[in-house]
Design a protein around this ligand. Structure first.
Ligand code: KG4
Ligand code: ZN
Length: 346
């Protein structure tokens, strides 16, 4: 089955055509139009501007993704939540219209499920060698702008929540610390760039909720600690100090996520793979640090990260999730589907 997937949950307008080939999602076409440049000028996403820009961008994105006349699709999928309601509505309305007008199956996808299935988008880089796909049970580490969560996936489309953040998500912490350091939005890539020139041990920042067996996260403490540190070190901060703060912050976040992941592995024997997904999974330092921690703790477990370009919001991951709905579940009725900004992953 070839699925046209649409993702408009926040500030990216994205579409992709994804096909199942031997139980694996393969991307035939994909387009992402980002609003980053607009939101950089305001320091963050303003919901009504994001929604208006979705209405402008999505028709172009849909035209672009289907411009190869030889490409067809036989189902449509869309993110129905969680996200910004105004942005979600645009994609959901478009997908429903396509399903109705072309009389094709419709798949309603949870945005987090999309991030999870981005781990199945590994390309087969070498001819004849099968790509490394996650084996189940898998421990999913979702680190995005809105979520930080450990999920145990024993079967396809079944998610057991092991622990999540009590306050800020990891991406949110990156964005807020970036703002404290006077860096542009989005903060993640800006911090990562600056951190390359800093000393990771320069400042000791707090790791929250470190009691044994606690799989929840909290990133408000580290954000407050950076705010205190920045105030203490004076204004303006030198580039050298900023780099040291960025490097220490990035290290502490990576260490927090690694310790929680290893604790979850210890508590749940039999896990075959660990999958790091979500916007913050684009962070190279985190990818290396977590892989090292997992391999050291349990050398037989496969460590899989979503391919770099599919970590942040995109529609290929929504297509990948929809392919698994097709393989292991069933389509949804388009007329029952509603955009839900607070949709839970069940
Ligand atoms: O998954 P995503 O695109 O959107 C949500 O679903 O939230 O994640 C966006 C988040 C932002 O907070 C951004 O700062 C962060 O991912 N991010 C990064 C990097 N690239 C994006 N954080 C750390 N390092 C990066 N390289
Ligand atoms: Zn996302």
């Amino acid at each position: 089955m070839k699925i046209l997937a649409i993702e408009t949950s926040c500030d990216e307008s994205a579409a992709a055509i994804v096909e199942d080939q031997d139980f694996r999602p393969v991307i035939l076409s994909h387009v992402v139009a980002s609003q980053i440049a607009t939101h950089a000028s305001t320091g963050g996403v303003i919901p009504n501007i994001a929604a208006r820009m979705q209405t402008e961008a999505l028709p172009h994105v849909l035209r672009e993704v289907t411009k190869d006349q030889t490409l067809s699709y036989d189902a449509v999928a869309v993110t129905v939540g969680p996200g910004l309601i105004g942005s979600l509505l645009i994609g959901v309305a478009a997908a429903k219209t396509i399903a109705w007008q072309q009389n094709i199956p419709f798949f309603a996808v949870n945005h987090l499920e999309g991030h999870i299935y981005s781990a199945w988008l590994t390309p087969s880089s070498v001819e004849g060698i099968a790509p490394l796909l996650p084996e189940l049970p898998a421990l999913i580490v979702i680190v995005s702008g809105g979520h930080t969560e450990l999920i145990l996936m024993e079967r396809h489309l079944h998610y057991r929540h092991l622990g999540q953040t009590r306050d800020d998500a990891a991406g949110e912490a990156f964005d807020k610390v970036a703002r404290l350091l006077g860096l542009p939005y989005p903060g993640g890539p800006a911090i990562a760039e600056l951190a390359k020139h800093g000393d990771r041990q320069a400042y000791k920042l707090p790791i929250s909720l470190m009691e044994k067996d606690n799989l929840e996260f909290s990133f408000s403490g580290i954000k407050a600690a950076v705010a205190h540190l920045a105030a203490e070190l004076g204004d303006p901060l030198s580039e050298h100090i900023k780099a040291d703060i960025a490097a220490s912050f990035e290290h502490t976040v990576a260490e927090t996520i690694s310790r929680k992941t290893v604790a979850a592995l210890r508590q749940n024997p039999g896990i075959e793979s660990v999958c790091l997904v979500g916007g913050v999974a684009a962070n190279q330092y985190l990818r290396r640090h977590l892989e090292q921690a997992v391999v050291t703790a349990q050398p037989k477990i496969a460590f899989i990260t979503a391919p770099f370009q599919y970590c942040t919001d995109n529609a290929a991951m929504i297509g990948a999730a929809a392919i698994h709905h097709h393989l292991f579940g069933k389509p949804d009725n388009w007329y029952d589907a509603v955009a839900n900004p607070n949709l839970e992953l069940s």
